[in-house]
Design a binder for this molecule. Structure first.
Ligand SMILES: [Zn+2]
Length: 224
């Protein structure tokens, strides 16, 4: 006796579960709006049944996840590690979105965090900062140099990109762009705007060069 259509279909589905699932997913991706509308219609037609179906689905997924937890976690870790920058950026974006959506909660969290850190180490805030600064003078200097530089550009409305003095130093191989002599990273050095901000120069890497503090000062607002 020949199989009925539905029996054949069932057998095909059982044999090619992966293929069927892939086709279904593909169809859904390609007809997303239509599929979502259908979901909504189904839900509206019988909310309690759909909710029950969702609950079953979730329970099944939980069960499946419990069985595959280690390998799933491992997979996730690998995916994240493969593109750590992307993962971090995503995390920052998510956190930011959450903060804008829940400003009250975000503020409360920040307050709680601050209090908790305070409780763990009461000297944390200022003293700690001072100690760190005393131990890392070169970092403090570098940070000050960077923020002063970028701040000046912002006040002059010439700011295009944030400039990292150490990057300019490395790019220019420690050579002063004004006198063309070497600059020691232990002496006071500046990041000079080739076309000064006062003359309409922009705060971009293409318009900056490493310079001795002395050379930079004597140049003033002249175009070298
Ligand atoms: Zn110089």
């Amino acid at each position: 006796m020949a199989d009925s259509n539905s029996t054949r279909k069932k057998r095909y589905r059982a044999l090619h579960a992966d293929r069927v699932r892939a086709a279904k997913n593909k169809y859904r991706r390609e007809h997303l709006e239509q599929e979502r509308a259908r979901d909504r219609r189904r839900y509206a037609a019988n909310p309690s049944r759909r909710r029950a179906a969702t609950t079953t689905e979730m329970a099944r997924h939980r069960e499946w996840y419990a069985e595959n937890r280690d390998s799933e976690r491992d997979k996730l870790r690998k995916r994240r590690a493969a593109d750590i920058e992307k993962t971090r950026a995503q995390g920052r974006r998510d956190a930011k979105r959450w903060r804008t959506q829940h400003p009250e909660k975000a503020r409360a969290f920040a307050r709680e965090n601050f209090k908790r850190r305070r409780a763990v180490n009461p000297h944390c805030s200022r003293d700690q900062g001072r100690k760190w600064a005393a131990a890392h003078p070169e970092k403090v200097r570098a940070h000050g140099r960077k923020s002063a530089l970028n701040r000046r550009a912002r006040t002059r409305q010439a700011f295009v990109e944030s400039i990292e003095p150490a990057v300019v130093f490395a790019r220019d191989r420690g050579i002063c762009g004004i006198c063309l002599k070497p600059v020691s990273d232990r002496e006071c050095w500046h990041v000079d705007h080739v076309i000064p901000l006062a003359k309409g120069g922009q705060h971009v890497y293409a318009n900056v060069q490493l310079s001795h503090a002395f050379c930079n000062r004597s140049k003033g607002a002249k175009v070298a």
